[in-house]
Design a protein around this ligand. Structure first.
Ligand code: SAH
Length: 471
């Protein structure tokens, strides 16, 4: 069977739904969304339908078909649990040439209902011609993931600018080029981001023919390593960038998802162990954006957590370069989840502190007493180098030597390793296991929960030097 796809204008048109259950309720909602004047024939109404009836949004004829006959609807949907009624409705409608759909009975339908991706005013209807509704739903899920939630706003933006653009750019080929650039570039990005007044301003400049500075910077958190932990927005911007600046924490699997044509610039630590200085990265971001390029600054985890993202946007803002920041899953969340260690817990931790263990930062002064509060989890970034002294300091300021602690190497990747121990033995256990950066330290009673929860996590190498009392 090959179906003819159409979109019906049902505005204020009489439509009848036969049946008053939850399936009928869903169909009624769809019809109301399209502006139809809906009448329901059913002896009783599902609470959702009863609410619509009370609100005056539907008409209800209490009773059953065929005792209650069809008036002259333009469309009928039957969703009763009585197969004979459904068949009778179908036969009657077909005889009268009224389009009819019977829920879950394609052979009784003169039209079928597609799976819909709704980005109103844009709607995408998917049909497998009844062969596999599940497959159609899968396709729907993929398109849902692909299309930004605010895509409808982009359609309305295009509608709003249609006439001004036609007037300013009479040549159809030039106009098409302008629209392609608009819908694929920084202007669209601003609409999708909810900054429509900026998009309008850029559109104005584009039409005035003055060459606007079109470059911008996307400061994007790439998560802790597993590409599946990227956000939809991160992926979208990764596929739009002209050039990407990335560092050591961005895994090759993630870098693979950046647009193939994008120039790749590594700004992390080289073999010489010297990273490109932050001032130089800032200067490069500014120069590339000034040259009109879409610059992706891709960072491990979240850009605003020990990522110096704040410094980068500070410079961009000072120079008037447009930018947007996309959060990512920070190492604490990613590593904790993949290692089976909850960061808070009703019985074990009511607060969680993220801190840097980098010796340079630690030297600036740490209030150790606040870090050794009971019922608190500590997550220490960059803690490998100073691990022994951190553990010693925590013990000196009141935590028990037997206080549980774990180190997670390359969390969320296939190279993840976890060493579980206690404060007294953690540094030794880690050096025996020869863990390599990046590693994250988690200190707290919650570490003990890993034994119970770990079957959720990755298959990984695990060194467990910790034996809980009584375990
Ligand atoms: N902005 C990043 C943190 C950058 S600081 C974020 O939000 O995650 C760098 C430190 O992050 C590393 O030294 C390490 O402590 C931690 N880290 C980042 N990714 C990690 C991973 N996959 N596994 C373990 N630690 C990680």
């Amino acid at each position: 069977m090959s179906y003819y796809p159409v979109f019906l204008n049902l505005d204020a048109q009489p439509c009848t739904v036969i049946g008053g259950g939850s399936v009928a309720a869903r169909k009624v909602e769809g019809l109301l969304d399209a502006g139809a004047a809906v009448e329901v024939i059913a002896p009783r109404l599902h609470p959702a339908l009863a609410a619509l009836h009370t609100a005056g949004r539907i008409r209800w004829r209490a009773g059953t078909y065929p005792e209650l006959a069809l008036d002259a609807p333009v469309l009928v949907i039957a969703a009763t649990d009585d197969a004979a009624v459904n068949r009778a409705v179908s036969a009657n409608c077909r005889a009268r040439r009224i389009p009819v759909n019977v829920a879950d009975a394609p052979e009784l339908c003169s039209f079928i209902l597609p799976a819909v991706v709704d980005r109103s005013p844009i709607k995408i209807a998917i049909s497998s011609a009844g062969t596999s509704p599940i497959l159609a739903r899968r396709i729907k899920a993929r398109i849902e993931a692909e299309l930004p939630a605010r895509y409808g706003a982009l359609a309305r933006f295009a509608e709003r600018w249609r006439t001004p653009v036609r007037e300013a750019v009479p040549d159809p080929a030039a106009r098409r080029r302008l629209w392609e650039e608009t819908l694929d570039g920084p202007i669209a990005e601003r609409v999708l981001d909810g900054r429509e007044s900026q998009a309008d301003a850029l559109m104005q400049t584009a039409l005035a023919g003055t060459s606007p500075a079109r470059g911008e910077v996307y400061l994007v958190g790439a998560g802790p390593g597993d590409p599946d932990l990227l956000t939809f927005r991160a992926l979208r911007l990764m596929q739009q960038a002209d050039v990407v600046l990335y560092d050591r924490l961005v895994t090759p699997a993630i870098l693979d998802l950046v647009r193939k044509e994008a120039e790749r610039i590594y700004v992390g630590k080289a073999r010489s162990h010297h990273a490109v200085p932050q001032e130089e990265i800032n200067a490069r971001l500014i120069a590339l954006a000034r040259a009109g390029r879409r610059v992706l600054r891709l960072k491990g985890g979240d850009p605003f957590i020990f990522g110096r993202g704040g410094e980068e946007i500070d410079q961009l803002a000072a120079q008037g370069i447009p930018f947007q920041v996309v959060p990512g899953i920070t190492a604490a969340s990613g590593c904790a989840a993949y290692a089976g260690i909850p960061l808070t817990h009703r019985d074990h931790a009511h607060s969680c502190v993220f801190l840097t263990g980098h010796p340079k930062d630690a030297a600036l002064g740490v209030d150790w007493r606040t870090l050794t509060q009971p019922m608190q989890t500590l997550v220490i970034y960059m803690g490998l180098q100073g691990l022994a002294s951190i553990c010693a300091a925590l013990i000196a300021h009141g935590l028990a030597p037997s206080h549980p602690a774990a180190v997670i190497q390359q969390g969320s990747t296939s190279a993840q390793r976890v060493v579980v121990s206690d404060l007294a033995h953690l540094a030794d256990a880690v050096s025996t296991a020869a863990l390599k950066a990046p590693t994250l330290v988690i200190v707290g009673e919650v570490v003990r929960l890993r034994e119970r929860l770990r079957w959720f996590g990755l298959e990984e190498q695990s060194e467990n030097a910790f034996t809980a009392p009584g375990a």
